[in-house]
Design a protein. Structure first.
Length: 130
């Protein structure tokens, strides 16, 4: 029997029409630092150096639609971001260029769209819930 190789998730990659622009948005939103900056590829990571986000320029990028329909470009994944103050976090994200999605499926979660149209969720973690 062969042993299982070591596998480590290094990042989640988001495609965008402009990798650097989207990286700047998430860098400012999360307060993370740039760890790699190449043409059409940028990586950011938290100060602790754990798993980060990568951004790749894709010339054929199509914005996903939230909520989607069968005819639309579907959301393939989304980021869940825990916050301690939901209204303040939404205001911060909007000031950086996010938009609040028209459809909000839950009272205690806010779905926003980043500048490239990727949905992401802000939510209050259980340790911050009243």
């Amino acid at each position: 029997m062969t042993s299982t190789p070591r596998l480590t998730l290094s990042s989640t990659t988001l495609d965008a029409p402009d990798a650097a622009e989207l990286a700047r948005f998430y860098q400012a939103l999360l307060g993370w630092r740039v760890t790699k900056n190449e043409q059409d590829w940028v990586e950011i990571a938290p100060p602790g150096g754990t798993t980060g986000l990568a951004f790749q320029t894709e010339s054929a990028y199509r914005r996903p639609r939230w909520p989607g329909t069968p005819a639309d470009q579907q959301m393939m994944m989304h980021l869940d971001i825990e916050v301690d103050d939901l209204p303040a976090a939404v205001a911060h994200a909007v000031a950086l260029g996010a938009t609040v999605a028209d459809f909000q499926p839950q009272e205690d979660v806010r779905v926003l769209l980043d500048p490239a149209g990727h949905p992401f969720c802000l939510y209050i973690g259980t340790e911050h819930a009243e």
